[in-house]
Design a binder for this molecule. Structure first.
Ligand code: ZN
Ligand code: ZN
Length: 402
């Protein structure tokens, strides 16, 4: 397979979450050409390749396939000019701004190499190409769509994400590695009326203001000093005119946490405060609380992570392995592992130009000079990123395969 050509093709044909029709077709065709058993349409557009190679453990390698509503501004010859229709029905530009095209390319390259080297190992390889990581919880949708009825249950789930760190570097952070995110849409119901006669109304603006202020006490008063969480009220809307008391107020809340225990406590505290402030205001109707995007904490199994990082160090040399630390971004790869109670190892793969990264680090301008994932300028180097990503998947898989 010409992996760089494949990467450029995927990059110039990005598709939004659950719209990865062309992409999943490209993946299914490539897997078929490699002689791998292919299952399509798992969780809308998900694809899995299964390669049974005798007795031994089953290893699941995962890549996500979706792109983002971003207008590409990389100046690359193969930059995207595509548009798509987002979940609100709007036509938007589409770009592989999170590098999932790199993930697909590396996983197909790894399958090709493992199939070619099949005399050297035994066991079962499962390659999962997941839709909708960015929006819609594609991993869980695949699980609910019968993923593990259609492919063998793995003994371990492995995957990687490209980052702006120097190309050729890689490593996994042990334990909680990426934050859980929970988004909440809240409607506070009051009673509208004339601005001059508040005694006839239940003012949702005051209710919302009290709720927002009291929510600030969740992290400061209910989360222990050694734990961490973020509660952000990112949107707040109510009312149309100075002399009208509105009937309702709407809040959009985003919550991040790094352990299921803290997450559960923070969510129940947030819900309790929202309901209690409505009661305190004398609301006749309780608030509507609806959850949107929800991803669990991404937890790397410590033992399996140490083993994987050790295999990377042996393959690439210690100087190419780094610990990225816990990341406040979120991922849904963990659902593929927790659904069947097996360990996960998810590592970061450098894709940045090493010279540019080094120069920006030296100048202290990395935050502004190095485009991050989701930026319209995010353009990982094709090489050595793809080669490193392929080898990392092969080495990690071979660590578990017999
Ligand atoms: Zn992303
Ligand atoms: Zn991503």
């Amino acid at each position: 397979m010409d992996l760089e050509a494949l990467y450029r093709d995927l990059h110039s044909h990005p598709e939004l979450s659950f719209a990865e029709h062309r992409t999943s077709g490209v993946v299914a065709d490539a897997l078929t050409d490699l002689g791998v058993e292919v299952v399509t349409g798992i969780g809308v557009t998900g694809v899995a390749g299964v390669f049974r190679n005798g007795d031994g453990p089953t290893v699941l390698l995962r890549a996500d396939m979706d792109a983002l509503p971003v207008l590409e501004d990389t100046g690359l010859e193969w930059a995207s000019t595509q548009t798509g229709v987002d979940h609100t029905g709007a036509t938007v530009p589409v770009m592989h701004a999170c590098g999932h095209d790199i993930h697909i390319t590396c996983l197909l390259g790894a399958v090709e190499r493992l199939v070619a080297d099949r005399a050297d190992w035994s066991g079962t390889l499962v390659a999962v190409f997941q839709p909708a990581e960015e929006h819609g919880g594609g991993a869980q949708v695949m699980v609910e769509g019968g993923l593990y009825d259609k492919v063998p249950t793995p003994d371990i789930v492995l995957g990687q994400h490209v980052t702006p760190l120097p190309a050729g570097m890689l490593g996994a952070h042990s334990g909680p590695a990426m934050a859980a995110v929970d988004t909440m849409q809240v409607v506070l119901h009051g009673r509208g009326g004339h601005g001059s006669r508040p005694e006839t109304t239940i003012d949702p603006v005051v209710m919302a203001a009290a709720t927002v202020m009291r929510l600030q006490t969740v992290v400061s008063r209910e989360v222990a000093a050694q734990d961490t969480s973020v509660v952000t009220v990112g949107s707040l809307h109510a009312g149309t005119a100075n002399n009208i008391i509105a009937a309702e107020a709407a809040l959009g809340i985003s919550i991040r946490s790094f352990s299921e225990e803290v997450r559960g406590r923070v969510l129940s505290s947030v819900e309790r405060i929202i309901r209690a402030e409505a009661t305190a205001s004398g609301a006749d109707v309780p608030p509507d609380i609806e959850y949107g995007e929800r991803y669990p904490v991404t937890v790397n199994d410590p033992e399996a992570t140490a083993r994987t990082n050790g295999a990377f160090a042996a393959e690439f040399g210690e100087d190419r392995i780094f610990d990225p630390g816990a990341i406040s971004g979120s991922e849904d790869v963990g659902n593929l592992a927790t659904a069947v109670g097996v360990p996960l190892v998810y590592w970061m793969l450098g894709g940045g130009d090493p010279q540019k990264v080094a120069a920006a680090m030296a100048a202290g301008t990395a935050e502004t000079d190095i485009p991050s994932n989701h930026s319209p300028h995010f353009a990982p180097l094709a090489q050595p990123t793809i080669d490193t990503g392929v080898r990392a998947l092969v080495v990690a898989a071979r660590e578990w395969l017999a």
